[in-house]
Design a protein around this ligand. Structure first.
Ligand SMILES: Nc1ncnc2c1ncn2[C@@H]1O[C@H](COP(=O)(O)OP(=O)(O)OP(=O)(O)O)[C@@H](O)[C@H]1O
Ligand SMILES: [Zn+2]
Length: 629
């Protein structure tokens, strides 16, 4: 026995120490919290540890992920974390998986081999997935997160505590498409547009999400005819029918032409939509001849870091042309079906977004921002603080010990706040963990989601891609109709996926017999044992921007005759009552609120996952750097 384990044994007591030693542990994520956590569990005496992380080490990780050093940059986080931990305790068994938690190999059987799972992740999608896998495998999960000075640790135990998805998370802030495409008024609007532009040009082909001037702006409805005529005049027939990606393809992604299209021709089109500018300042066309001779508009900024310097408009033009040229090469070198994914740490992709956002800001008379500021907003960066992660990792271990003692009842949800809170003036705030929400569609006894939509207008694609995958976090949804037929099947190969996307996706739900009151079963081919009942209610109107509304509370179902269908308005009233009562209860709860941040332009997937800051369509942290269409 080394001195180090001897001390742990004396502190923990023989019984707990033995339980820790015998516990087979899974740690998901080897980033900021994960590195601290792996060090803690190794020192506390855990002997059999698996760690999963899909990422490689970046230079920017080194200020807080202490298992990594400069020579490790570019290597697998999971593997290097394993080697570093083994260096200070070579007798451990650590298995490193450089992989995405969504991979098939991390099946129910994989999760079942563990006694305890700890999440050290940074995104909602992966957290939801591990939550569902642990519920299916009936394994305790310790969930954690941090955002700046704020942090959170909680324990999830099937049937005993609420699960990660028992309380709905606030939806990320979205901006109306017309503001982004026609009338931006803040730098955030310009950054959202620039990120859309990147995905639209170089990402997975999506012909619906254009970035060009939008003639369907409701503000134009009064003089729709004029606006269409104006658009006709400014664009020839062919150009009018093409979206920006098709236009770029037909112009060989030429950076100079792209610059002129986006900041000259499209602006002329926008200027022609007169009613947009009745009450706002008109945009200005980017006049390259003037800019080329213009003086540097910004005072010399000698004493700031390079990234914090404001680019001149000419700098933006140069960076745009250069990055668009590089991206063109990369995109054209992609194998068929492959595409580029935006990543804030990819310098070329970041330069493109920074230049495009600033040029758009210039066109609309919005103050330009430094690359540093734009990166923070575009990448939804809340500075990570090493000490917060260390405290969170310590709290994870404290809760883990209670779990291993078999004392789930004494586990707490613990929040770190920035300033001392409550009567005890504490920064570390433990609160009782709520009981499971019986109406939770993930862990509730009667998992059900009611959705209000117009089945004759909503397509299977919207159901699968938006509602099931995006809103409900299913990975591979399977939807079975009452007849037993599968409306949406999980494709086994590329051919099946092609059939699903070309033959089934374009159909309306009504064409499958879905109408007011229809219920169907939903399963997830990737999330074992996950099953919910989806009930459709007829919407009075159809709004293409919000084609459906999730009725979160399922009390309609509890009141009905058992086929999962409520009977109309009374049910709705009950739902509203129940929801507001629950909200009221939470409002009066003595517990400190979960951490929220004060940053105004960052977003949903902050570390804690339950609490989001403000913006945005800016957030799109995707686990895979580059994926196949
Ligand atoms: N689906 C997933 N499968 C496996 N690992 C994941 C998955 N999603 C996120 N992770 C890992 O979780 C870790 C979270 O750590 P952290 O929040 O410190 O992020 P980071 O990427 O290291 O930091 P930053 O985003 O600030 O650069 C990351 O190492 C990330 O790779
Ligand atoms: Zn739940």
């Amino acid at each position: 026995m080394t001195d180090r384990t001897g001390a742990a044994q004396r502190v923990l007591g023989g019984d707990l120490y033995t339980r820790i030693k015998q516990c087979k542990l899974l740690v998901v994520g080897a980033g900021g919290i994960g590195c601290e956590l792996l060090k803690n569990v190794a020192l506390a005496g855990f002997q059999d540890i698996h760690v999963i992380d899909l990422d490689t080490i970046e230079l920017t990780n080194l200020n807080r992920q202490f298992l990594f050093q400069q020579q490790h940059v570019g290597q697998s986080k999971a593997k290097v974390a394993r080697e570093s931990v083994l260096r200070f305790n070579p007798s451990l068994s650590i298995t490193a998986h450089h992989a995405n938690i969504f991979e098939d190999k991390f099946s129910l059987g994989f999760f079942e081999q563990f006694d305890l799972v700890m999440n050290a992740l940074d995104n909602l999608k992966a957290r939801n997935h591990v939550n569902r896998m642990c519920l299916a495998a009936n394994k305790p999960l310790i969930e954690s997160g941090s955002a700046g000075y704020l942090g959170q640790v909680t324990v999830i135990s099937k049937g005993k505590t609420e699960c990660y998805e028992c309380q709905p998370k606030p939806p990320p802030k979205q901006y109306p498409a017309c503001t982004i495409r026609n009338t931006p008024s803040t730098i955030v609007h310009c950054i959202v547009w620039a990120k859309f532009l990147f995905s639209h040009l170089y990402g997975e082909a999506d012909h619906e999400n254009d970035v060009a001037p939008n003639p369907d702006d409701p503000e134009l409805s009064a003089d729709a005819k004029d606006s269409n005529t104006a658009m006709d005049e400014k664009q020839d027939g062919e150009e009018k029918r093409m979206n920006t990606r098709q236009w770029a393809e037909s112009n060989d992604y030429d950076p100079q032409k792209l610059l002129e299209k986006l900041f000259v021709r499209d602006v002329i089109v926008l200027l022609s939509l007169a009613s947009l500018w009745k009450k706002r300042a008109k945009p200005r066309v980017l006049d390259l001849s003037q800019i080329n001779t213009a003086q540097d508009t910004h005072a010399k900024q000698e004493d700031v870091l390079p990234d914090q310097k404001l680019w001149t408009v000419q700098d933006c033009v140069d960076r745009f042309l250069h990055s668009a040229g590089e991206l063109k090469k990369r995109f054209q070198a992609c194998a068929p079906g492959d595409y580029l994914t935006w990543d804030k740490d990819d310098d070329v992709a970041m330069d493109f977004v920074c230049a495009a956002a600033n040029l758009r800001a210039y066109v609309f008379g919005i103050p330009l921002k430094s690359r540093f500021d734009i990166k923070s907003m575009a990448g939804n960066i809340i500075p990570a603080i090493a000490t917060t992660n260390a405290v969170v990792a310590g709290l994870i271990l404290t809760e883990a010990m209670k779990v291993l003692r078999g004392d789930i009842d004494s586990c707490k949800a613990v929040y770190l706040s920035r300033t001392a809170m409550g009567a005890g003036r504490r920064v570390v705030n433990p609160v009782p963990i709520s009981a499971p929400n019986p109406k939770c569609y993930v862990c509730g006894e009667r998992a059900q989601v009611t959705v209000r939509l117009d089945p004759s207008r909503v397509t299977v694609e919207t159901l699968a891609e938006q509602l099931l995958k995006k809103d409900l976090s299913l990975v591979a949804p399977v939807v079975v109709l009452a007849s037993g037929a599968e409306m949406i099947a999980a494709p086994e190969d590329e051919e099946e996926e092609h059939i699903l996307k070309t033959k089934v996706y374009p159909r309306t739900l009504a064409s499958f017999g879905i109408r007011d009151g229809t219920a169907c079963s939903v399963m997830d081919d990737m999330q074992a044992n996950f099953k919910l009942s989806l009930v459709f209610r007829q919407a009075d109107e159809h709004d293409p921007d919000t084609p459906y509304e999730i009725v979160a509370d399922t009390s309609t179902a509890a009141n009905n005759d058992g086929n999962g269908v409520g009977d109309g308005d009374e049910g709705d009233e009950a739902e509203r009552g129940a929801s507001s009562a629950a909200a009221e209860k939470r409002k009066h709860s003595p517990s400190p609120p979960p951490p929220t941040t004060t940053t105004t332009t960052t977003t949903q997937d902050v570390g804690d996952g339950t609490t989001t800051t403000t913006s945005d369509a800016l957030a799109d942290k995707t686990p895979a750097k580059k994926s196949k269409a």
